[in-house]
Every structure is written in C-alpha cells, then in structure tokens.
Design a protein around this ligand. Structure first.
Ligand SMILES: Cc1cc2nc3c(=O)[nH]c(=O)nc-3n(C[C@H](O)[C@H](O)[C@H](O)COP(=O)(O)OP(=O)(O)OC[C@H]3O[C@@H](n4cnc5c(N)ncnc54)[C@H](O)[C@@H]3O)c2cc1C
Length: 405
C-alpha cells in the first residue's frame, strides 16, 4: 500500500517510521484537514496508521505517547479521540459479542439470497467490482481493492450509498470491506456499518450528500443520483452486556510457548509480567475474516506482520516455530517443543479469538493450557464502552493519566 509518505510494509520498523513522520501533523492540522479525502497517494492529512494499529505492530499507547510528546492534549484532542474510537468499538463489541454473531448470520443469509435472486446478485457484483455507474462509488471500490485502504469519509459515503442508494444488504458491504481493508477489524467495521445504517445509535443514520462529497474531495467528484433519504434499518435491541474477563496469570515454572495472532503483535507486556518462553509461533486467521475469499493484499500484509513479530521476539523466545493457519500444525508445534502451557495476548471477538477457542480445545486433549492475559490498556478502556462514545470520551483524561500521560 502506498500513501503520501511512501509504501507501508508490514513491519514494526516501518510502523514506527510512519508514526514519526505523521506526529508533527497530529495537532491542529489534523483537526482542520482530516475530513478531506484527496484520493490514493493524497491521504497526507490522516495518519494511515490503522493497518499497523489494527494488528498492534504499534500499540495505541505508543501512538498516544508519541503524539503527546510533541503536542498538548488540547492541541491533539481530535486525533487522540479518534484513536480512542478504536478502543471504544472494541470494548463495546467485547461486551456484546452476539452482535458479531448476528452479523455473521445476517451475512450468510444475504449470501444465500444472492444465489436465488439474480437482480441482487448482479447489483452486489457490480458494487464489488466498481461497475455501478456511480463514478465516486466505483472509484472507492477500486481504490479499496487496489490499495487495501479507504479514507474514513469515503468509508462513510461508500457505506451510505451501498445501503440507501443501491439498497444492498449492509452485511454484504461490511464483508466487502473485511475482504479488502488491510485494517479490516470486526469491531470498527461491523459497528461502523451499523452506525451508518441506523442500527448502532438507534434511528440515527448517515446520508452521503453530493455537496459534502464535492467539498471534501475538492471537487474530484460531484455525484448525482444518490438517495436523498436515509431511513434507519430495523434490528433487534442491543443485547445485554456480558462481563469482561478479569486479570489472568500463569505458573512460571512450566515449559511455556508464546503464541502471536493478528490482533496483538506487541507481546512486550507479557515479557514485562515475567514471560519466559522456549518457543514463539504465530496463528494466522485473516482468511476467516469472511466466508468468501479474502484478498491477497490482506493475507500478505497479515502474514508479513506475523512473521515480522515472530522474528522480533525470537531472541527472547528460544526458537521460532513459524506462522501457522491450522490448529493441527500448532498442536504439533506445541508437542514438539514439549510445551505445558501457551501464553497469548487476549484476542477480542473475531476470527483470532475463534481460532484460539479451537486451539484451546485441541490442546486440552494433550494437557496443554492456553492462557490469554489482557493488556492494561484494554482492561482500563473497555469497561467504559457502556453507552455512546460521548460518555466514553469523558473518560479519556483519566485513561491518559493511568498511562502517565
Ligand atoms: C463503514 C466503516 C467501516 C470501517 N471499518 C474499519 C475497519 O475495518 N478497521 C478499522 O481499523 N477502522 C475502520 N473504520 C474506522 C476508520 O474509518 C478507520 O480506522 C480510519 O479511516 C483509518 O485511517 P487512518 O489510520 O488514516 O485514520 P486517522 O484519521 O489517522 O485516525 C487515527 C487512528 O484512529 C483510529 N480511528 C479513526 N477513526 C476511527 C473510527 N471511526 N473508528 C475506529 N477507529 C478509528 C484508527 O486506529 C486510526 O488509525 C471504519 C469506518 C467506517 C465508517
């Protein structure tokens, strides 16, 4: 993926360099210009850090520290809030995982409909190939497929046109994003689409307006033929919140393996808590972001990111057992290293957590335990995702103070 700063390789070094180049712009420039989508190669007013943050090649805490070393909290308020949107969505979904299960069920139902409804199938295919005849929409579909990235404003416009102009099932659009976004993430994506559709903040929808698109694309696009109303979709009430897991620890005298996965490639907090593994391996689950084929760009970025992390932590982990995409080969890794336990960063609701559940069951038969400690950043932030972001954001000063910021 290229941006105004150059290519984005899936390595920690690239993530840190990219962060350093963006930091000077994270203050008032970001607040003033972040809504402008100037197209591929022109996304200089936003950070494009999301592929790195989504996989935690760089953590939210590191990004916040770098930004606050250069700007005041007031000066970088907008950027800091955006970083906390990610934490808010993750916490919200983690307390209501049924919303992810409902999305998956809705997606399967919509895919089934495309098998018998030829009009729907054609419209879906045109939208996914950027062949609807709506110039701006078609451009974004192709930008997404070619680069793995879309500006936030384009994501909003695209989702709105998908739902209210093309009248396609929202789950098919969310799935299109998850198959192509390098930052494709169960929480931010599902809840972002639900928000546009009026399912997340009940009754509040997002309507893509031609004048707004023209203004914030600097007249690259002046669309016509868009829906003029965005009636909220109907859906069930939010499920009740489930409690978040408490702190977890592990016996220090057992042979231990470190397992990395796509939701958290910064396991330093585990070493700080005394982790001393004899081997490190990676679990790749990006193919399970969708029941359909996930793009080569996404698969390649995730694999490179996992390999980079495994190589980085190898010197503190005995040996490098490689990156695996099946439970069977991971069990072989565990057994050949005579592991008694495997420690892995907590994975929030989504494909990595589902993969870890399967692994846990398979390991159980060999008397090997899987332990998933949560990092302090998540355990402090997530419990505040009880209501809307407005209430959550009041906790930001307290969350920053807890990090010493
Ligand atoms: C329909 C829809 C789908 C989306 N799907 C995803 C997704 O799959 N994965 C994903 O990471 N983000 C998703 N987003 C959120 C947002 O669009 C991206 O995080 C952001 O555009 C990433 O670009 P950036 O790093 O240049 O952002 P910047 O503007 O530079 O923001 C800095 C960081 O703040 C966080 N952030 C900013 N805006 C949001 C937001 N609205 N929600 C959550 N976090 C945010 C990201 O970590 C981002 O890297 C979606 C938004 C919408 C409207």
């Amino acid at each position: 993926m290229e941006n105004a700063f150059g290519p984005l390789p899936a390595t920690r070094i690239a993530a840190l360099e990219h962060l350093q180049r963006f930091v000077p712009k994270a203050g008032r420039d970001y607040a003033r210009l972040r809504n402008y989508d100037l197209g591929p190669g022109g996304h200089a007013h936003v950070s494009m850090l999301s592929p790195y943050l989504r996989h935690r090649l760089v953590t939210e805490e590191e990004v916040l520290r770098s930004v606050l070393a250069r700007h005041t909290a007031a000066g970088a308020e907008k950027f800091i809030q955006e970083v906390f949107w990610r934490s808010y969505w993750k916490g919200w979904l983690e307390m209501r995982p049924e919303v992810w299960a409902d999305y998956q069920a809705g997606l399967h139902a919509a895919i089934n409909r495309t098998k018998s409804e030829s009009g729907l199938r054609q419209c879906w295919s045109d939208a996914c190939h950027g062949q609807t005849g709506l110039t701006a929409f078609d451009h974004w579909a192709q930008e997404l497929m070619q680069t793995g990235y879309l500006h936030n404003h384009a994501r909003l416009w695209f989702a709105s046109i998908w739902i209210f102009t093309l009248k396609l099932p929202w789950e098919l659009g969310a799935d299109f994003f998850l198959r192509h976004l390098l930052d494709g993430d169960p929480a931010s994506n599902t809840l972002g689409w639900r928000w546009v559709a009026g399912l997340q903040t009940k009754g509040k929808t997002y309507l893509a307006r031609p004048d707004n698109i023209a203004q914030f694309t600097e007249r690259r696009f002046q669309p016509s033929g868009l829906a003029t109303h965005a009636p909220a979709l109907s859906g069930p009430d939010h499920p009740p919140r489930r409690p978040l897991p408490g702190p977890s620890t592990w016996p220090k005298d057992k042979r231990t393996g470190l397992l990395l996965h796509e939701d958290d490639l910064s396991p330093g907090f585990l070493f700080d808590a005394g982790l001393s593994p004899v081997s490190v391996a990676g679990l790749q689950t990006s193919a399970h972001r969708s029941p359909l084929a996930v793009s080569d760009l996404v698969q390649g970025f995730t694999r490179d990111a996992l390999n980079d992390a495994a190589q980085r932590w190898q010197s503190r982990s005995g040996n490098n057992g490689g990156v695996h995409d099946t439970v069977t080969t991971l069990v072989t890794w565990a057994r050949s290293n005579t592991l008694r336990q495997i420690v892995t960063p907590y994975a929030p609701t989504g494909p990595a957590a589902e993969g870890l559940n399967d692994l846990e069951e398979a390991l159980h038969q060999h008397d090997i335990t899987l332990i998933r400690p949560m990092r302090d950043y998540d355990s402090r932030a997530w419990p505040h995702a009880t209501h809307g972001f407005f209430r959550f954001k009041e906790k930001i000063p307290q969350l920053l103070a807890a990090m010493g910021l």
